[in-house]
Design a protein. Sequence first.
Length: 207
Amino acid sequence: MTIGAIMEFLGAVLAGSRVAGTIRNDIIQLSEFEETPSVLMLGMLCALIGSSLFLTLATKIGLPVSTTHCIIGGIIGVELATVGANGVDWSWEGVSQVFAAWGIAPCVAGIFGTILSLFTKYGVMKSRNPLMFGLMTIPVFFGITSGILTMLVVWKGAASLDLDDWGVAPTVGTIFGVASGVALLSAIFLMPFIYFRLVKEDWKLKQ
């Protein structure tokens, strides 16, 4: 729980500013509330309360819902109730891009999931030595995962870190550097640990 809480916080801080910026600036026309900012404040409070109640209910009955989807829907509902449909930014730079991402993201994730599943099934599980091939893929998967997470931070991460000014070379170097470092560490420490546990069956090895 502690590790999960820390990672959730770091993810929101390091990789969530772009999403927060989209929700704050690209969903509704803020110019509609220049003369009545109190209405905007009340509307945002209503959107927050409404999305929180729905998330609580969905969690209670086991529905797989997204916090981002809920708050965006709440903000759109507030805009429709206060200003009307013209107050919502329906352009590609606004909610249309968000709606498209809701449909595209599961498809892309499904494609990559299928590729990785087939690779694991035929490249590892059905190989002549599944255990050894599985051990050899550990640094690869750790490196790829770390590289992708690093890319999210340095490419689309927190705007307050001014990472947009890094340039291509430092950004690419950081991504591949972190990926290579994590892969190397997993090969040095994690692979031997799993090898002794599964191959040598040395269960006396300390945790």
